[in-house]
Design a protein around this ligand. Sequence first.
Ligand code: NAI
Length: 466
Amino acid sequence: PEKITNICCIGAGYVGGPTMSVIAQKCLGVKVTVVDLNQGRIDAWNNEDLDKLPIFEPGLKEVVEVARGRNLFFTTDVDKAIDEAEMIFISVNTPTKTYGVGKGMAADLKYVELCARQIAKVSTSDKIVVEKSTLPVRTAEAIKTILKAEGNKVKFQILSNPEFLAEGTAITDLHYADRVLIGGDQDEEGQKAIQRLVDVYSHWVPKEKILTTNVWSSELSKLTANAFLAQRVSSINAISALCEETEADVDEIAKAIGADSRIGSKFLKSSVGFGGSCFQKDILNLVYIARSYGLDEVAEYWEQVIMLNDYQKRRFAEKIVKTLFNTVSGKKIAILGWAFKKDTNDTRESASIYVADYLLNEQAELYIYDPKVKEEQIYADLDCLNTRSEEENRELVHVIKDPYQAMDDSHAVAILTEWDEFKRYDWDKVYKSMKKPAFLFDGRNIIESNALVSIGFSTYNLGKAK
Ligand code: NAI
């Protein structure tokens, strides 16, 4: 058919869920089925109670509410959905490899390969397969080889359509995308496939914002975009350390340089370090690819972005210990925020995990509060590090539902996520309930430091004079 009427998406995660919900919302004539092997996740997507969706994302439940059951479906029946679809998005996770060659660097493509094999096995009609996951450049070649080798007589076109949404603003990013990128083969069949995907996005994205390229540029653009974004964070964080020594103020600098139109104002907020599932993994992947082509200088250049990020997290944790008279052993420290940024319940690679781990090594007692992250998740994140036993984690870490209770009688408060509600707390009340001196470490520079100081707090802000 000329127009796509049936889409399947493999992977109902932070990308597959929101992107497909928006496609279904905007494309009334298209049936969209999102599949996943994880029954619990699919059940959560189908939950009557929209507050129980597996992902917290502002505006998501409103979109799911209008589309679900109309032309948006969530199921674990992978094979049926694949075979019925004309276009299949692969939106599965592509974590950093934890074993074998490329361990700790390369992308683990086993889930992507499994998808390709599954598609090849069950397809009885021609398909357009769309790489939505972030993949190393030239992955489409591998997918094509598998599909060709396994698929019987069925024709496949492979497109690359990386996703640029950011968690916390996913729905707005999808509704008002800066651009949509579609890469495909340069021959006639490839161009036709590209056009079909362009037609899907054209339901709501202005034509001039839909860019088409060859597959390799598209694949590599996604890694490059994340590398550049993370590089901005590491750059401003590097300057934050220098500010603390020189009486320069990192927020003033960010404003001053951001006003330069060649630099731009976004992504210049100094912080305790970037987190999230993508930046580190995608840069490591880029570094690995560069190295595999023998481009050592290129690899080292980008690797430094990660090293600076690790430094920033460590520096913040060290600062806490040093300030608390070089010992936090047995001291109650409140941690505000566990998610890697505000407006998401995603905690993957969150700076909080590493700061907490550092403090736990120093035998601190942590009282953690986050408005959207579940207790099980916090323990799972710490257990995952294998730094200490699960019992010890449960002994030293308390997950508290009320922020005032978390801070009550504490030696110090550390703000690690920039949740808006932290700005609105009654800091006077908090101060009164804390041990003195009452220390506050603002890892996001979100609370007006002068106000806190006049209450009586001893504050530490990133990138401000000591
Ligand atoms: P996720 O882990 O939230 O979701 C992936 C889902 O795929 C999981 O629910 C998993 O059960 C499912 N899955 C894995 N193998 C499967 C298979 N063979 N059959 C069916 N389901 C399978 O991952 P997330 O965050 O959605 O990321 C997906 C991809 O999108 C990654 O490549 C990531 O780099 C990329 N990406 C992520 C962004 C983000 O903000 N999280 C933004 C842009 C791209």
